[in-house]
Design a protein around this ligand. Sequence first.
Ligand SMILES: Nc1ncnc2c1ncn2[C@@H]1O[C@H](COP(=O)(O)OP(=O)(O)OP(=O)(O)O)[C@@H](O)[C@H]1O
Length: 854
Amino acid sequence: MTTPTPEHNQPNTPLRDTKLVEDRSKLSKMYQHYVEMKDKYPHALLLYRVGDFFETFFQDAVTVSRELELVLTSKHGGELGRIAMTGVPHHAWERYTTLLVEKGYAVVICDQVEDSSEAVGLVKREVTRILTPGTLLEEGMLQTSRNNYLAAVVIAVNHWGLAYADISTGEFLTCEGSDLEHLTQELMRLQPSEVLFPTNAPDLGTLLRPGETSPSLPQCLPPTFCYSLRSQLPFSQSEARSKLLQKFKLRSLEGLGCEHLPLAVRAAGGLLEYIEDTQKQNPVPLQLLHTYSLTDYLIVDHQTRRNLEITQTVRDGTFHGSLLWALNRTTTAMGGRALRRWLLQPLLDIKGIRARQYTIQELCENTPLRQDLRRLLRKIYDLERLTGRAGSGTANARDLMALADSFSSLPELSRIVEDARSPFLKALQKVPPVLEELAERLQAHIVESPPIHLKEGSLIRPGINPLLDERKATVEADQKWIANLEVDERARTRIPTLKVGFNKTFGYYISISRSKSDQVPDNYIRKQTLTNEERYITPDLKEREARILTARDDLNQLEYEIFAALRDEVGSHAETIRNISHAVAAADVLCGLAELAVHQGYCCPEMVEGWEIEVIDGRHPVVEQSLPAGFFVPNSTTLGTGNEPTNHQSPDLVILTGPNASGKSCYLRQVGLIQLMAQVGSFVPARSAKLGVCDRIFTRVGAVDDLATGQSTFMVEMNETANILNHATVKSLVLLDEIGRGTATFDGLSIAWAVAEYLAVEIKSRTIFATHYHELNELASIVSNVANYQVTVKELPDQIIFLHQVQPGGADKSYGIEAGRLAGLPTVVIKRAKQVMGQIEKHSKIAVGLREGL
Ligand SMILES: Nc1ncnc2c1ncn2[C@@H]1O[C@H](COP(=O)(O)OP(=O)(O)OP(=O)(O)O)[C@@H](O)[C@H]1O
């Protein structure tokens, strides 16, 4: 039992913590129930329906008031006095809940599940939803352009299983691995909104917000995500397996591809249990579990994704300026999300790449087809998420109409692609007849512009249901009677100012100004007296009113039932709808890439079995779009030895030198981006390109202090370099920018030399090594598969003109001293620096020395 705080002893201070309630029987009934519910969800915020509000009490009231900047007030809670309370209007629950979930809280919705007017005693309330960052479905709570992943991780020593699902779109995948570093990388790729982690630690049930730590969490889990600490039971092999078998009505997991992946099964089963637990009455239609392997895709680690600015820029983390920004010409929400997924998971399989290329090619060549397709795709709403909402019973009538309108566009879409040859367009040729029928049914049943609310009527068209029409007719007749009442009664009473009105307390009434109150007929019964008017009812009026109100309730209920049946019907076709939505998404991505290729002058890269990179006049896809047309200087790249590893026609490693700001980093990234885009299946910004498939792209760009882990710039650089040297293969592309800068010059130069040499001689990966150490140019004289390139500048007496051209040959001098002179360093300092430089150069014949030494 907790000792009461001084606060508790002050009779006027509202109770702010359920722990301070020593004797619950002293709380009024509703609060007793509230505290009981709160016991079940100690780590979530409990939103409790009271009339037209969702209210939070005790500690939750304090948190909600602080987080949402709402007034903290109090309510009388029985013998224990007042209880802290913060409330939000029930119709705005989504908005407030979104804000709380965005801040990393789990929110439990405890709603009234019976009509308060019919309740005997306390209104019955139940938990109807649990909202956490990874289990959102509502439109306003999700970002259109990206998936909202819920992940689950199971770790056994060095092995791991990872499952993830987007419950708004139904995707459900699982995989397994044996290197914890890969798990970290996969989580970084997915950027899940919430990660489930099974534990038996005491903080079970907690939702850790980003940055919060727990001793239960292993080191390999990045602290940037929300973690839900869950009980281990649903993640056990037997529980998880039977959960999956039951969900997908299977006898074995063989067909899902994970029968022999115990950790993947445990993660997926535990995840499923959590989804069911949080969704309560709204079962989520999930797609069949898909098992994948990390080795099916090009490995792009987090550093590389960051350095190549795939989805956001390095400098300020914005979408504008990223590769996704530059490439996105999709017109549907599904296409937008698919493009993001494709960019984060490029392919290794040449056949898969060529299938995408082939579709882009067809769309580039056939402009009318491309344009018609884009025009029609614009009419297709977010089928994936709308279906998810229909299946889980959260869709409204507008959602169903959006689905119906989208289904109606599918036949035209299929006509447009009827002669198409490429696989991704052919997928649109067949529209499942059931969707056309569904569209017709929905359009025939639901009114053209339905309201948002579902329980207030005006949803269903006349002529659909005889009982509904009959009830509508009764209500309308009675309403007409009331509408005529004013005219009739004015005539009968000869009181021209007589009015018929309605309010929530008294229902319908007849209002007469007080000066005429002596003229009212005998059958009028006085109900209310105001300053200037008297309000009356008549037995007839009350009878009609009772009929109208009951009939209207029945009518609204019937409309809702008809609607809910339609919604369930749509939900039952979730799989069919989602299959077509995948086809639409892929076609949209490829159509967008074709549009981009045509407008930006991209070429189709020839994908070859070897390991070479041969790009003629390549450009950086993002920098090019940020500069005025024609300003970007194209540069070619020839790297790798093709099919003959021993025959060095072109270098494996290029040492790239050039002054500051000449364009070295830009060139380096350009090569990485072209390779990545090609493996996504996209055309590339170049005159022509011939590329082998890479297994990994590594980058080491710039120097940023990792303040979060307390590592120095140099240590971060060395860790990343070590990772590259330990994992790169002959099939990898390695892009290094300024290795060895963060330490003493000679240490740095020596490390840079040794790293470059190791990559060229031992690993033979395709490598570009940008550096200010022009001494590294000597490496080419002793290692045959190394070549020197430089970004050229034109030197004028008082300025350097950047030509941004990459040409063979190494820069024979560093422009650092020149840059210092232009920046205004005193002449004497510049002169002295040149003398020192002369001395250093005299003694630094590295290659000669090494050769003699060897
Ligand atoms: N090929 C090009 N055509 C036109 N402009 C370019 C080209 N390459 C680079 N630039 C421009 O030059 C600027 C500097 O390029 P970048 O940062 O790549 O230089 P850098 O040589 O890596 O410099 P530092 O050594 O200081 O890091 C870029 O912001 C870009 O606007």
